[in-house]
Write a protein that binds this ligand. Structure first.
Ligand code: FES
Length: 104
């Protein structure tokens, strides 16, 4: 599937990603700055935080309590925020638009 990352400088980067990977894995393997995934997807770092466009967010399972708790540790959290290690890629997410949070 195609995933579009909107980078902090406004540039759009489109990558091909495999279903059955998480969005964090797709970001890290394509060198997207600002999505780090320090804990390897164990819900213990929040360095995989990013914003998911509402249209696509509605197609995802709701965040778990653990994810909501860990999001508290991220900066610049909004209603669009998700931890990308908890977002499993699927055909319904083809064309997904992900905004990388400000780097600071
Ligand atoms: Fe650590 Fe997502 S990779 S919480």
């Amino acid at each position: 599937i195609k995933v579009n990352f909107r980078l902090p400088d406004g540039e759009m980067k489109t990558v091909s990603a495999c279903e059955e990977n998480t969005l964090m894995q797709a970001a890290v393997s394509n060198g997207i700055d600002g999505i780090i995934g320090d804990c390897g997807g164990n819900l213990s770092c929040a360095t995989c935080h990013a914003y998911i466009e509402a249209e696509f967010r509605q197609r995802l399972p709701a965040p778990s309590e653990m994810e909501i708790a860990m999001l508290d540790c991220a900066l610049h959290v909004t209603d669009d925020s998700r931890l990308t290690c908890q977002v499993m890629l699927s055909p319904q997410l083809d064309g997904l638009i992900v905004t990388v949070p400000p780097l600071d």
